[in-house]
Design a protein. Structure first.
Length: 85
């Protein structure tokens, strides 16, 4: 993954539950054609040892933006699907 250009994801101001944040970030990645990265991120987050570590992992994959910021992606909140392997 080209981590110098991470897709924007509206996690700032969202419900801070880690499952919710992973779902938002995962949907963002998948919307941007980064399905493998979404799976990798989810696996890494759910095997992390702390909430802070989990947040750091998420931000390796996405650029956090405010939930009220206008995004290029359309309907990021529709049809969340969370895959845990």
């Amino acid at each position: 993954m080209n981590k110098s250009h991470k897709p924007k994801s509206p996690i700032i101001g969202a419900d801070g539950n880690i499952f919710n944040l992973v779902a938002i970030a995962s949907k963002t990645l998948k919307t941007n054609g980064l399905v493998n990265e979404a799976q990798e991120m989810s696996k890494r987050v759910f095997t992390s040892s702390s909430y802070e570590e989990a947040l750091q992992i998420i931000t390796e994959y996405i650029e956090p933006v405010d939930v009220n910021e206008s995004l290029d992606e359309h309907d990021l909140y529709d049809d969340f699907d969370l895959e845990i392997e």
